[in-house]
Design a protein around this ligand. Structure first.
Ligand code: SF4
Length: 342
Protein backbone atom coordinates (compact mmCIF):
# COMPACT_ATOMS: atom_id res chain seq x y z
CA UNK A 1 0.00 0.00 0.00
CA UNK A 2 1.35 3.47 -0.87
CA UNK A 3 1.15 5.81 2.15
CA UNK A 4 -0.69 9.03 1.47
CA UNK A 5 1.15 12.01 2.92
CA UNK A 6 -0.28 15.44 3.55
CA UNK A 7 1.89 16.69 0.69
CA UNK A 8 0.31 14.21 -1.80
CA UNK A 9 -1.21 15.83 -4.84
CA UNK A 10 -4.98 16.00 -4.32
CA UNK A 11 -7.08 15.15 -7.34
CA UNK A 12 -9.74 17.78 -7.88
CA UNK A 13 -13.11 16.46 -6.78
CA UNK A 14 -16.02 17.52 -8.91
CA UNK A 15 -19.09 18.41 -6.88
CA UNK A 16 -22.16 16.77 -8.37
CA UNK A 17 -25.85 17.07 -7.61
CA UNK A 18 -25.52 13.75 -5.72
CA UNK A 19 -23.70 15.66 -2.95
CA UNK A 20 -26.27 18.46 -2.71
CA UNK A 21 -29.04 18.47 -0.07
CA UNK A 22 -32.49 17.87 -1.55
CA UNK A 23 -33.83 21.15 -0.16
CA UNK A 24 -31.21 23.08 -2.14
CA UNK A 25 -31.88 21.10 -5.33
CA UNK A 26 -35.58 21.74 -4.83
CA UNK A 27 -35.20 25.50 -4.38
CA UNK A 28 -32.83 25.71 -7.35
CA UNK A 29 -35.27 23.85 -9.63
CA UNK A 30 -37.05 27.08 -10.61
CA UNK A 31 -35.19 28.08 -13.76
CA UNK A 32 -35.44 31.06 -16.03
CA UNK A 33 -35.94 30.32 -19.75
CA UNK A 34 -32.43 31.63 -20.37
CA UNK A 35 -30.94 29.22 -17.79
CA UNK A 36 -32.70 26.25 -19.40
CA UNK A 37 -31.55 27.19 -22.90
CA UNK A 38 -27.99 27.69 -21.73
CA UNK A 39 -27.80 24.61 -19.50
CA UNK A 40 -29.08 22.28 -22.22
CA UNK A 41 -27.51 24.03 -25.22
CA UNK A 42 -30.91 24.60 -26.84
CA UNK A 43 -31.45 26.92 -29.82
CA UNK A 44 -31.94 30.52 -28.65
CA UNK A 45 -34.76 30.83 -31.19
CA UNK A 46 -36.88 28.84 -28.71
CA UNK A 47 -36.63 31.56 -26.06
CA UNK A 48 -39.70 33.56 -27.10
CA UNK A 49 -42.12 30.65 -26.87
CA UNK A 50 -40.51 29.27 -23.71
CA UNK A 51 -41.05 32.67 -22.08
CA UNK A 52 -44.68 32.83 -23.21
CA UNK A 53 -45.52 29.35 -21.91
CA UNK A 54 -43.56 30.00 -18.73
CA UNK A 55 -46.15 32.68 -17.93
CA UNK A 56 -48.87 30.01 -18.04
CA UNK A 57 -47.08 27.36 -15.95
CA UNK A 58 -43.71 28.06 -14.44
CA UNK A 59 -40.65 26.25 -15.73
CA UNK A 60 -39.23 23.95 -13.09
CA UNK A 61 -36.60 21.22 -13.54
CA UNK A 62 -34.16 20.03 -10.85
CA UNK A 63 -30.50 19.39 -11.54
CA UNK A 64 -30.52 15.55 -11.22
CA UNK A 65 -33.19 15.45 -13.95
CA UNK A 66 -31.35 17.97 -16.15
CA UNK A 67 -28.32 15.67 -15.88
CA UNK A 68 -30.27 12.92 -17.67
CA UNK A 69 -31.24 15.13 -20.64
CA UNK A 70 -29.02 14.99 -23.72
CA UNK A 71 -27.60 18.44 -24.41
CA UNK A 72 -28.65 20.09 -27.65
CA UNK A 73 -31.32 17.48 -28.44
CA UNK A 74 -34.73 19.16 -28.66
CA UNK A 75 -36.29 15.72 -29.14
CA UNK A 76 -34.98 14.29 -25.89
CA UNK A 77 -37.98 12.53 -24.26
CA UNK A 78 -37.19 13.99 -20.83
CA UNK A 79 -36.80 17.50 -22.19
CA UNK A 80 -40.15 17.23 -23.97
CA UNK A 81 -41.85 16.60 -20.61
CA UNK A 82 -40.61 19.90 -19.16
CA UNK A 83 -40.07 22.24 -22.13
CA UNK A 84 -42.62 25.09 -22.24
CA UNK A 85 -43.99 25.46 -25.78
CA UNK A 86 -46.08 28.07 -27.59
CA UNK A 87 -48.65 25.29 -28.22
CA UNK A 88 -49.69 25.59 -24.57
CA UNK A 89 -51.53 28.82 -25.40
CA UNK A 90 -53.78 27.06 -27.94
CA UNK A 91 -57.38 26.66 -26.75
CA UNK A 92 -58.67 23.23 -27.79
CA UNK A 93 -62.39 22.36 -27.51
CA UNK A 94 -62.97 19.72 -24.82
CA UNK A 95 -59.83 20.64 -22.88
CA UNK A 96 -60.54 22.20 -19.49
CA UNK A 97 -58.73 23.39 -16.37
CA UNK A 98 -60.16 20.64 -14.11
CA UNK A 99 -60.46 17.58 -16.39
CA UNK A 100 -61.20 15.17 -13.54
CA UNK A 101 -63.76 17.51 -11.93
CA UNK A 102 -61.97 17.25 -8.61
CA UNK A 103 -63.79 20.35 -7.35
CA UNK A 104 -66.91 18.17 -7.07
CA UNK A 105 -65.12 15.72 -4.74
CA UNK A 106 -63.49 18.23 -2.40
CA UNK A 107 -65.70 18.08 0.76
CA UNK A 108 -63.16 19.94 2.86
CA UNK A 109 -60.10 21.89 1.71
CA UNK A 110 -57.05 19.68 1.25
CA UNK A 111 -59.05 16.45 0.93
CA UNK A 112 -60.36 14.83 -2.26
CA UNK A 113 -62.78 11.92 -1.81
CA UNK A 114 -63.53 10.28 -5.17
CA UNK A 115 -63.51 6.56 -4.41
CA UNK A 116 -65.30 4.79 -1.56
CA UNK A 117 -62.40 3.42 0.49
CA UNK A 118 -59.67 5.93 -0.40
CA UNK A 119 -59.14 9.64 0.08
CA UNK A 120 -56.42 11.85 -1.26
CA UNK A 121 -54.69 14.60 0.70
CA UNK A 122 -53.23 17.61 -1.10
CA UNK A 123 -50.14 17.36 1.10
CA UNK A 124 -48.12 20.02 -0.73
CA UNK A 125 -48.86 22.61 -3.37
CA UNK A 126 -45.58 22.46 -5.26
CA UNK A 127 -43.48 19.98 -7.19
CA UNK A 128 -39.77 19.74 -7.91
CA UNK A 129 -40.56 19.47 -11.61
CA UNK A 130 -43.37 21.05 -13.57
CA UNK A 131 -44.53 18.47 -16.10
CA UNK A 132 -46.18 20.31 -18.95
CA UNK A 133 -48.94 17.67 -19.30
CA UNK A 134 -49.95 17.75 -15.61
CA UNK A 135 -53.72 17.47 -15.12
CA UNK A 136 -53.37 19.61 -11.98
CA UNK A 137 -51.46 22.41 -13.69
CA UNK A 138 -54.40 24.75 -12.98
CA UNK A 139 -55.30 23.33 -9.54
CA UNK A 140 -56.18 25.79 -6.82
CA UNK A 141 -53.46 24.75 -4.38
CA UNK A 142 -53.61 27.80 -2.16
CA UNK A 143 -57.19 27.18 -1.02
CA UNK A 144 -56.33 23.52 -0.37
CA UNK A 145 -53.26 23.99 1.83
CA UNK A 146 -53.38 21.72 4.91
CA UNK A 147 -52.77 23.82 8.02
CA UNK A 148 -52.72 22.26 11.52
CA UNK A 149 -56.35 23.28 11.93
CA UNK A 150 -57.29 21.67 8.61
CA UNK A 151 -55.47 18.50 9.59
CA UNK A 152 -57.83 18.28 12.58
CA UNK A 153 -60.82 18.71 10.24
CA UNK A 154 -59.45 15.99 7.97
CA UNK A 155 -58.98 13.72 10.96
CA UNK A 156 -62.62 14.27 12.02
CA UNK A 157 -63.77 13.54 8.46
CA UNK A 158 -61.83 10.26 8.46
CA UNK A 159 -63.33 9.30 11.85
CA UNK A 160 -66.81 9.84 10.42
CA UNK A 161 -66.08 7.60 7.41
CA UNK A 162 -65.19 4.08 8.58
CA UNK A 163 -65.33 2.87 4.97
CA UNK A 164 -62.05 4.71 4.27
CA UNK A 165 -59.07 2.42 4.85
CA UNK A 166 -56.41 4.09 2.73
CA UNK A 167 -55.04 7.62 2.52
CA UNK A 168 -53.12 8.80 -0.52
CA UNK A 169 -50.61 11.58 -0.04
CA UNK A 170 -50.59 13.59 -3.23
CA UNK A 171 -50.13 17.18 -4.34
CA UNK A 172 -48.28 18.84 -5.96
CA UNK A 173 -45.74 16.42 -4.70
CA UNK A 174 -46.30 15.21 -1.12
CA UNK A 175 -42.54 14.95 -0.59
CA UNK A 176 -42.14 18.66 -1.30
CA UNK A 177 -42.89 19.09 2.37
CA UNK A 178 -40.47 18.43 5.25
CA UNK A 179 -40.01 15.11 7.04
CA UNK A 180 -41.15 16.88 10.22
CA UNK A 181 -44.49 17.84 8.68
CA UNK A 182 -44.91 14.38 7.12
CA UNK A 183 -44.36 12.89 10.56
CA UNK A 184 -47.23 14.99 11.93
CA UNK A 185 -49.57 13.92 9.12
CA UNK A 186 -48.65 10.23 9.44
CA UNK A 187 -49.15 10.32 13.24
CA UNK A 188 -52.59 11.84 12.76
CA UNK A 189 -53.54 9.12 10.27
CA UNK A 190 -52.20 6.40 12.56
CA UNK A 191 -54.56 7.60 15.28
CA UNK A 192 -57.55 6.70 13.06
CA UNK A 193 -58.00 2.97 13.71
CA UNK A 194 -59.64 2.02 10.39
CA UNK A 195 -56.85 3.53 8.25
CA UNK A 196 -54.63 0.63 7.18
CA UNK A 197 -52.59 1.93 4.28
CA UNK A 198 -50.65 5.00 3.37
CA UNK A 199 -50.03 5.53 -0.31
CA UNK A 200 -47.51 8.10 -1.50
CA UNK A 201 -47.93 9.37 -5.06
CA UNK A 202 -44.69 11.11 -5.87
CA UNK A 203 -42.22 11.99 -8.59
CA UNK A 204 -39.59 13.35 -6.20
CA UNK A 205 -37.62 10.08 -5.73
CA UNK A 206 -37.24 10.09 -9.53
CA UNK A 207 -36.33 13.72 -10.11
CA UNK A 208 -34.40 14.33 -6.84
CA UNK A 209 -33.53 10.88 -5.45
CA UNK A 210 -31.80 12.53 -2.45
CA UNK A 211 -35.29 13.42 -1.17
CA UNK A 212 -35.68 9.89 0.20
CA UNK A 213 -33.73 10.57 3.38
CA UNK A 214 -32.90 7.95 6.00
CA UNK A 215 -35.13 9.92 8.36
CA UNK A 216 -38.07 9.55 5.97
CA UNK A 217 -37.43 5.84 5.48
CA UNK A 218 -37.31 5.19 9.22
CA UNK A 219 -40.43 7.27 9.82
CA UNK A 220 -42.40 5.13 7.36
CA UNK A 221 -40.78 1.87 8.36
CA UNK A 222 -41.78 2.52 11.96
CA UNK A 223 -45.40 3.30 11.10
CA UNK A 224 -48.20 0.82 11.74
CA UNK A 225 -49.57 1.82 8.30
CA UNK A 226 -48.56 -0.30 5.33
CA UNK A 227 -46.72 2.06 2.98
CA UNK A 228 -47.18 1.82 -0.77
CA UNK A 229 -45.16 4.09 -3.05
CA UNK A 230 -46.49 4.99 -6.46
CA UNK A 231 -43.75 6.65 -8.47
CA UNK A 232 -44.35 8.47 -11.74
CA UNK A 233 -41.94 7.47 -14.49
CA UNK A 234 -42.84 7.79 -18.18
CA UNK A 235 -39.64 6.84 -19.96
CA UNK A 236 -36.79 4.38 -19.25
CA UNK A 237 -34.23 7.19 -19.53
CA UNK A 238 -35.66 8.62 -16.28
CA UNK A 239 -34.28 5.66 -14.32
CA UNK A 240 -30.63 5.97 -13.34
CA UNK A 241 -28.47 4.31 -10.66
CA UNK A 242 -29.60 6.72 -7.97
CA UNK A 243 -33.29 6.08 -8.68
CA UNK A 244 -32.60 2.34 -8.59
CA UNK A 245 -30.76 2.63 -5.26
CA UNK A 246 -33.68 4.54 -3.77
CA UNK A 247 -36.37 2.10 -4.92
CA UNK A 248 -34.34 -0.90 -3.71
CA UNK A 249 -33.86 0.77 -0.35
CA UNK A 250 -37.61 1.27 0.01
CA UNK A 251 -38.25 -2.34 -0.98
CA UNK A 252 -35.57 -3.61 1.43
CA UNK A 253 -37.35 -1.70 4.18
CA UNK A 254 -40.59 -3.58 3.57
CA UNK A 255 -42.41 -1.09 1.34
CA UNK A 256 -44.16 -1.80 -1.93
CA UNK A 257 -42.91 0.30 -4.86
CA UNK A 258 -45.17 0.71 -7.91
CA UNK A 259 -45.10 2.97 -10.93
CA UNK A 260 -47.69 4.83 -12.95
CA UNK A 261 -47.08 6.38 -16.36
CA UNK A 262 -49.06 8.54 -18.73
CA UNK A 263 -49.07 7.83 -22.47
CA UNK A 264 -47.70 11.00 -24.05
CA UNK A 265 -47.49 11.90 -27.72
CA UNK A 266 -43.88 12.03 -28.92
CA UNK A 267 -42.48 10.76 -25.60
CA UNK A 268 -43.58 7.19 -24.97
CA UNK A 269 -46.37 6.47 -27.50
CA UNK A 270 -44.36 3.58 -28.83
CA UNK A 271 -44.46 -0.11 -27.94
CA UNK A 272 -40.68 -0.50 -27.88
CA UNK A 273 -40.26 2.36 -25.40
CA UNK A 274 -43.09 1.17 -23.16
CA UNK A 275 -41.66 -2.37 -23.13
CA UNK A 276 -38.20 -0.97 -22.30
CA UNK A 277 -39.79 1.07 -19.51
CA UNK A 278 -41.36 -2.02 -17.93
CA UNK A 279 -38.05 -3.88 -18.20
CA UNK A 280 -36.14 -0.96 -16.64
CA UNK A 281 -38.70 -0.71 -13.83
CA UNK A 282 -38.29 -4.42 -13.16
CA UNK A 283 -34.49 -4.01 -12.99
CA UNK A 284 -35.02 -1.27 -10.40
CA UNK A 285 -37.44 -3.44 -8.36
CA UNK A 286 -40.43 -1.26 -9.26
CA UNK A 287 -43.66 -2.88 -10.45
CA UNK A 288 -45.57 -1.32 -13.37
CA UNK A 289 -49.03 -0.45 -12.02
CA UNK A 290 -51.00 1.94 -14.24
CA UNK A 291 -50.62 3.24 -17.76
CA UNK A 292 -52.93 6.25 -17.86
CA UNK A 293 -54.49 7.70 -20.94
CA UNK A 294 -54.15 11.45 -21.17
CA UNK A 295 -56.48 13.71 -19.17
CA UNK A 296 -57.72 16.59 -21.35
CA UNK A 297 -56.23 19.56 -19.52
CA UNK A 298 -56.09 23.05 -21.02
CA UNK A 299 -52.68 23.83 -22.50
CA UNK A 300 -51.52 20.26 -23.08
CA UNK A 301 -53.59 18.97 -26.01
CA UNK A 302 -50.42 18.37 -28.05
CA UNK A 303 -49.56 15.42 -25.74
CA UNK A 304 -52.83 13.59 -26.37
CA UNK A 305 -52.91 10.00 -27.65
CA UNK A 306 -56.42 8.73 -28.48
CA UNK A 307 -57.92 5.83 -26.52
CA UNK A 308 -57.98 3.73 -29.71
CA UNK A 309 -54.25 4.24 -30.25
CA UNK A 310 -53.56 3.56 -26.58
CA UNK A 311 -55.49 0.28 -26.71
CA UNK A 312 -53.54 -0.85 -29.80
CA UNK A 313 -50.27 0.01 -28.08
CA UNK A 314 -51.27 -1.86 -24.94
CA UNK A 315 -52.27 -4.95 -26.95
CA UNK A 316 -48.85 -4.94 -28.65
CA UNK A 317 -47.26 -4.57 -25.23
CA UNK A 318 -49.26 -7.51 -23.90
CA UNK A 319 -47.71 -9.72 -26.58
CA UNK A 320 -44.25 -8.52 -25.56
CA UNK A 321 -44.20 -8.66 -21.76
CA UNK A 322 -44.93 -11.17 -19.00
CA UNK A 323 -48.22 -10.36 -17.26
CA UNK A 324 -46.59 -9.08 -14.07
CA UNK A 325 -44.74 -6.37 -16.02
CA UNK A 326 -47.83 -5.25 -17.94
CA UNK A 327 -49.38 -2.08 -16.44
CA UNK A 328 -53.18 -1.75 -16.44
CA UNK A 329 -54.37 0.61 -19.14
CA UNK A 330 -56.84 3.01 -17.53
CA UNK A 331 -58.77 6.20 -18.01
CA UNK A 332 -60.11 8.27 -15.16
CA UNK A 333 -63.69 9.29 -15.88
CA UNK A 334 -65.16 11.88 -13.49
CA UNK A 335 -67.99 10.51 -11.36
CA UNK A 336 -67.09 6.82 -11.83
CA UNK A 337 -66.51 4.76 -8.65
CA UNK A 338 -63.04 3.65 -9.81
CA UNK A 339 -60.64 4.05 -12.69
CA UNK A 340 -61.97 2.57 -15.95
CA UNK A 341 -59.99 -0.27 -17.51
CA UNK A 342 -59.66 0.14 -21.26
S1 SF4 B 1 -48.17 16.74 -9.80
FE1 SF4 B 1 -46.87 15.18 -10.76
S2 SF4 B 1 -47.30 15.37 -12.96
FE2 SF4 B 1 -48.02 17.25 -11.97
S3 SF4 B 1 -46.30 18.67 -12.17
FE3 SF4 B 1 -46.15 17.66 -10.17
S4 SF4 B 1 -44.77 15.94 -10.51
FE4 SF4 B 1 -45.47 16.61 -12.52
Amino acid sequence: MIPVSSSSVQLPTQKTSADTPWQQLFSESLLTPEQLVQRLALPETLLTEIKQANELFQLRVPEPYLDRIKKGDINDPLLKQVLPLGLEAVQTPGYVTDPLQEKDSNPIPGLVHKYKSRVLLITAGACAINCRYCFRRHFEYQGNAISSERLEQISSYLMQHPEINEVILSGGDPLATSDYRLQKIVSKLESTPHIKRLRIHTRLPVVIPQRVTEQLVSLLKGSRLKTVWVLHINHPQEIDDQVTRVSRNLKDNGMLVLNQSVILRGINDNMTILAALSEALSEADILPYYLHTFDPVTGAAHFNVSDQEAIKLWQALQAELPGFLLPKLVREIPGKPSKTLL
